[in-house]
Design a binder for this molecule. Structure first.
Ligand SMILES: Cc1cc2nc3c(=O)[nH]c(=O)nc-3n(C[C@H](O)[C@H](O)[C@H](O)COP(=O)(O)OP(=O)(O)OC[C@H]3O[C@@H](n4cnc5c(N)ncnc54)[C@H](O)[C@@H]3O)c2cc1C
Length: 355
């Protein structure tokens, strides 16, 4: 917005004492390439564009980034059929260099992984998204420690009511992550969809065992579930994350949450075990890296995913934006939201550009 309208001033109001304290600073750090998403969806298009813009930004600003590549490993016949579908989607989404590998070829990429076939995305990469956020923040004015309460439409613009008083603006964009539905509702928008928090807990591979993973190793996701399964992720600082779990941790006042809980109660219980026990986590990862044992895992970080759930209990898959005349609310921006962030910004600015 600042680049398109250099004559106008842009300010970011952030409730925390510093930026990237929420999802952006607590995620897996993967620059996705768009293998999984429904062709034509916002996730598919904004992830592809976002990944390219992000690599460009990292190069321009000297942010450490690595195209370490990613394997999605099938371990049985059922997963093989799903892998074929992912391959088809990935090609339709234009994932660069995406290739199907045999069980022999996959070991050339990841010598400790075992499976009957795999997909390889060589351009998938890793970055510290806090460093990306800091680089972006250095280009705009950021006012921290400022809790936005609501937006009130007024003649020709919007009144932003916040902890430090009021700001009058021509346009306002809300990107409040876990708080996005509250801000939307306080500003007079529909309650549906609502953010339901899912905790994602990780373990870390202990230092002597990090060589088990060269880049990123993922299982074939269960299409019935919203998340990608326990994966092994090399981080830009050299640590290897094992996880995350997906544990529903709130949103109990929303009918959709209970419908989700009923639908996935079995998984919820399995995830509860996984969250509590390194043994269950290691068992998941051992399906495709058999040498891994429980003793290789140390307690790791965690993050809370802001996932929108509709009133009927369906998890909202795509990115969702809602509008009033002078505001735009980002209502659902889960993974690959960090990868897509610069493309989401373009999308938001283009949507508002008409004004
Ligand atoms: C465990 C986990 C793993 C993930 N892995 C990946 C990955 O590998 N790759 C990827 O692309 N994506 C990943 N994601 C998703 C990605 O992190 C998110 O899509 C992205 O960070 C969302 O950014 P955001 O700015 O919308 O939200 P957030 O990063 O949550 O930021 C919201 C901000 O709004 C502020 N805020 C909230 N309410 C108010 C208010 N009322 N007033 C002022 N400020 C407010 C908060 O303080 C916060 O700074 C992962 C997410 C999680 C949780």
């Amino acid at each position: 917005m600042q680049r398109r309208r250099p004559g106008e001033s842009v300010v970011v109001l952030e409730r925390e004492p510093e930026i990237a304290r929420h999802q952006t600073g607590r995620n897996s750090g993967v620059i996705h390439q768009g293998v999984y998403y429904t062709p034509g969806s916002l996730k598919a298009t904004l992830c592809r564009r976002g990944a390219d813009l992000l690599y460009e930004l990292c190069e321009r600003r000297g942010i450490q980034v690595e195209r370490c590549g990613k394997l999605i490993v099938a371990t049985n016949e059922r997963e093989l059929r799903r892998l074929d579908e992912l391959h088809r989607r990935g090609l339709e989404n234009g994932v660069p260099g995406l290739r199907r590998l045999s069980s022999y070829e996959l070991r050339e990429i990841e010598p400790h992984a075992v499976g009957i076939a795999a997909l390889h995305s060589p351009q998938t990469g890793i970055v510290d998204f806090s460093a990306v956020a800091r680089a972006l923040a250095s280009e705009v004015s950021v006012h921290t420690g400022c809790v936005v309460e609501r937006f009130d439409e007024e003649h020709g613009g919007v009144r932003v009511v916040h902890g430090d008083g009021e700001t009058h603006a021509r346009l306002a964009v809300a990107c409040a992550g876990g708080w996005s539905h509250r801000l939307a509702v306080a500003s007079g928008l529909d309650e549906n969809p609502r953010i339901v928090p899912f905790r994602g807990g990780y373990h870390l591979l202990r230092p002597g065992r990090r060589e088990l993973v060269r880049g990123l190793i993922y299982p074939v996701p269960d299409p019935e579930l919203p998340f990608l399964g326990v994966h092994l992720t090399r981080r830009i600082d050299g640590e290897v994350l094992v996880g995350p779990s997906a544990l529903l941790v709130g949103g109990l006042g929303w009918p959709g949450t209970w419908r989700v809980a009923r639908k996935w109660w079995r998984v919820g219980i399995a995830e509860l075990r996984a969250a509590a026990s390194a043994r269950a986590f290691a068992a998941e990862a051992r399906r495709y890296v058999p040498e891994l044992s429980r003793r290789d895992l140390l307690p790791g970080p965690s993050g809370v995913r802001a996932q929108a759930v509709a009133r009927d209990g369906s998890l909202v898959d795509d990115f969702v934006f809602s509008r009033t005349e002078h505001t735009l609310h980002v209502r659902n921006a889960p993974s690959p939201g960090a990868t897509s962030s610069l493309a989401i910004a373009e999308h938001v600015v283009n949507t508002l550009a008409a004004q």
